[in-house]
Design a protein. Structure first.
Length: 317
């Protein structure tokens, strides 16, 4: 074992020399890059980027006799856990082929069928894990939630037919939010289980991101379900009252995301004070409409939405 002495370099940096024999062996020169892999008690140097031997993993789902909702959940599990491919197998594959295609297209990004026969369908992920950007995914999902809220607020302007069209649009956008969330879960799970030198995120950051995307997914579900309820509200006056509440929710949500992006804890604390008055007004509207189960359910969903926004606020407390 050789020993090397740390040398000061500038005011804050330290350097260590590399054995000349090693440099000569790998034909390195000034300006070349070397690569390092950090361990808990050591650092390993490589003359070129280390080539990884990737072991392909396949997840098998038996569809015969299975409820398709369960098949979907198993597929989501495989995707999040970074399986490279999913094998759907069974005698009823042909009958369930379209439902399997719907599961793949409505829930996943870059997951495509590469093989199909009478007894099996193989779907493969074409996601390059290094290309995933959590901030990019968050911004996209955030924008979708904002447009969903905006459309919920405008529902009071329309009759039932147009409200139904907007409701269906929110259903589609909720699925797009889920795609961003599942892709982010996949990436976070990968970083937790695979120690990579290019991963600069600490475990606490990964946990924060997991919690954040979990609440973003819930917000999409809440908005979708609120839209379904508003379609059934018979009186425009009642929808208007709900729209007023939703406008306040929108303001809280936008402020919360701004506080998150700017790491502004004071803003988050201030926004948290709006929560109780908003929940109280939801309860007051419920009290005024004791005989209207649809309005009651809509108010409860709005309260649930506020709770999930509050969860995001806590990431900046």
């Amino acid at each position: 074992m050789e020993y090397r002495k740390l040398i000061n370099f500038g005011n804050t940096s330290l350097v260590v020399t590399i054995p000349k024999e090693w440099v000569t062996l790998h034909k390195l020169k000034k300006g070349d890059f070397i690569y390092l892999e950090q361990g808990p008690d050591s650092i390993t140097l490589f003359p070129k980027e280390k080539e990884e031997v990737k072991i392909e993993r396949e997840y098998t789902i038996e569809v015969d006799g299975a409820v398709m909702e369960t098949v979907k959940r198993r597929a989501i599990t495989a995707y999040i856990n970074n399986y490279d491919s999913i094998l759907f197998t069974g005698k009823s594959i042909i009958k369930k082929s379209q439902e399997i295609r719907d599961i793949l297209t409505k829930n996943f990004i870059a997951m495509e069928i590469v093989e199909e026969s009478t007894g099996r369908i193989v779907a493969r992920s074409f996601v390059n894990i290094k290309d995933i950007n959590l901030e990019h995914n968050l911004r996209r999902a955030d924008n979708m939630i904002r447009t969903m809220l905006q459309d919920l607020i405008t529902l009071e302007q329309y009759g039932k037919e147009k409200r139904t069209v907007i409701r269906d649009s929110l259903d589609v956008r909720d699925k797009d939010v889920n795609k961003m969330v599942f892709l982010s879960y996949r990436f976070i799970h990968f970083l937790f289980t695979e120690k990579k030198a290019w991963n600069k995120q600490e475990p606490v950051q990964l946990l924060e991101n997991w919690y954040l995307f979990n609440n973003i997914e819930r917000l999409g579900n809440d908005a979708k379900r609120i839209a379904r309820l508003l379609v059934e509200v018979p009186k425009k006056e009642s929808i208007r009252e709900l729209s007023v509440l939703l406008s306040r929710v929108e303001k809280m949500y936008e402020g919360t995301m701004h506080s998150f992006y700017t790491n502004n804890s004071e803003m988050a604390y201030k926004l948290s004070l709006d929560r109780t008055p908003l929940l109280n007004d939801c309860d007051a509207l419920i009290e005024q409409n004791k005989q209207n189960s649809t309005i009651i359910k809509a108010c409860e969903k709005i309260k649930q939405f506020v709770g999930n926004v509050q969860n995001i606020m806590r990431l900046r407390y």
